[in-house]
Design a protein around this ligand. Structure first.
Ligand code: SPV
Ligand code: MG
Length: 431
């Protein structure tokens, strides 16, 4: 009997999947591949049920003969294992980023005479509704909040991109790229104080108040599902910070990062060029303890950011603070640097990991941007934050357009580099 293989990455079975199973059945024995959590997260979406539950679900479908776990988005290993005569898939992968995967499958099959079958993708009202319900579930505070802790366990490094509005949130939510046959997307969003302030035309000195910062979070949350890490600056007064923790938790934010500075906070990338004061270990530990006491769920994380390298206080000071803040209850450590060379960050991570194997480490490679995600992960980093790149790319583009319209007294000269009107009016999905 011929073997027919298809890979599923769904949490809910709908007409489309049943159709694929029926088409497969006509050709032989039906084997379903359950895409593993790891592969699913890297390129597709966060699962709402566990890998084991998905396997069980697929096994229960009428007509399915066997289920195997597909551990990689590329089919090499699974094809070696199953040696299917046919691979069957919805025809939606004939274009877009998934096309590269399809091309690769075709190449693998051609080596031994296997055949690829594309069936028309089913997208009716019922399927649309199921998609929407799954999305809504992922967006709910109780699901979204815990997702950062889950991602830290499930991925080598949590790729986090800055968002400061609904639109930038959508970019982080939806951007998927194909590169060398693999697909990638961001895992989480960073609500940067720098970019949130800049978008409002204000300096990054804790001038934009919490109510306004929460408004930004709400705008982002309305149109996205990915977990949010909030830049809490210094956390403000401890007496205020405890309320901030409660509010963020209730909204479904996953983590707040607060930095060990006091007084008038300036952006870290100024370093010692401006006056900035570091809080003492005792003062900052007290703030962390108060925050942890205020927190109601086990999901939320308070991450302590250490400014010792930024303020040139030395590696020993940075490490002493890191261990003390973990002792005070911090759920993670962010270590920052404004050097171009990643050496001091790597040294910190290695030394921290000698003593502490588990507390998550967060880095923000704005200055030390040559180091790759894989290299950071090798040194024990769990979360990488691209803190300001969307803002920095949008600003010069907008400024140049404004200048050119002033120069030419019309908009024709700039039009070639603009998004077409048709694309902008359909950019946002309607319900
Ligand atoms: C931010 O994005 O606001 C940060 C990171 O705090 S940095 O700007 O590098 O200080
Ligand atoms: Mg900041």
């Amino acid at each position: 009997m011929k073997k027919v293989y298809t890979c599923f990455c769904t949490d809910v079975i709908h007409d489309g999947h049943i159709n694929i199973v029926n088409e497969a059945k006509k050709r032989g024995r039906v084997i379903i591949g359950a895409l593993s959590d790891k592969a699913l997260i890297r390129y597709n979406k966060f699962p709402t049920v566990s890998q084991e539950e998905r396997v069980k679900l697929y096994r229960s479908i009428d007509g399915v003969d066997d289920v195997v776990v597909q551990d990689d988005m590329l089919y090499d290993d699974v094809i070696t294992l199953v040696q299917p005569d046919y691979i069957i898939h919805g025809d939606n992968w004939q274009s877009g980023p998934e096309k590269a995967i399809r091309d690769h499958v075709e190449e693998l099959l051609s080596k031994y005479g296997g055949e690829l079958v594309d069936v028309p993708y089913t997208y009716n009202e019922k399927v649309k509704k199921i998609d929407l319900q799954l999305r809504e579930k992922l967006a709910m505070p109780e699901y979204r909040r815990k997702r950062l802790r889950q991602l830290i366990q499930m991925t080598p490094i949590v790729k986090t991109m800055e968002a400061h509005s609904g639109l930038t949130g959508l970019i982080v939510e939806k951007t998927v790229v194909e590169h060398e046959g693999r697909l990638d997307q961001f895992d989480a969003m960073w609500v940067s104080s720098l970019c949130d302030s800049t978008a409002k035309g204000k300096p990054d000195i804790e001038l934009v108040d919490m109510t306004s910062r929460f408004r930004t979070i709400d705008d982002i949350m309305e149109v996205t599902t990915k977990p949010i890490i909030f830049d809490g600056d210094t956390g403000g007064l401890t007496e205020h910070f405890v309320y901030t923790v409660r509010s963020l938790e209730r909204m479904g934010v996953s983590a707040v990062i607060i930095e060990d500075k006091k007084g008038l906070k300036k952006n870290s990338l100024f370093g010692t060029e401006v006056e900035q004061t570091q809080a003492t270990i005792e003062e900052f530990s007290e703030k962390i303890r108060a925050g942890k006491n205020a927190q109601l769920t086990d999901d939320f994380m308070i991450i302590a950011r250490i400014e010792s390298l930024i303020l040139e206080q030395g590696m020993e000071d940075a490490l002493e603070r890191a261990f003390s803040f973990v002792e005070a209850g911090a759920d993670g450590i962010m270590i920052h640097s404004r050097k171009k060379d990643p050496a001091e960050i790597v040294e910190f991570c290695d030394k921290f990991r000698e003593k502490d194997k588990i507390t998550p480490i967060v880095v923000v490679p704005s200055s030390f941007n040559t180091i790759t995600e894989a290299e950071l992960a090798e040194h024990g980093v769990n979360i990488v934050i691209y803190a300001n790149q969307l803002t920095r790319s949008a600003f010069p583009a907008m400024q140049k357009t404004a200048e050119d319209i002033l120069k030419y007294h019309r908009a024709k000269e700039v039009d070639d580099r603009l998004m077409p009107i048709k694309d902008i009016i359909t950019l946002i999905d309607e319900l």
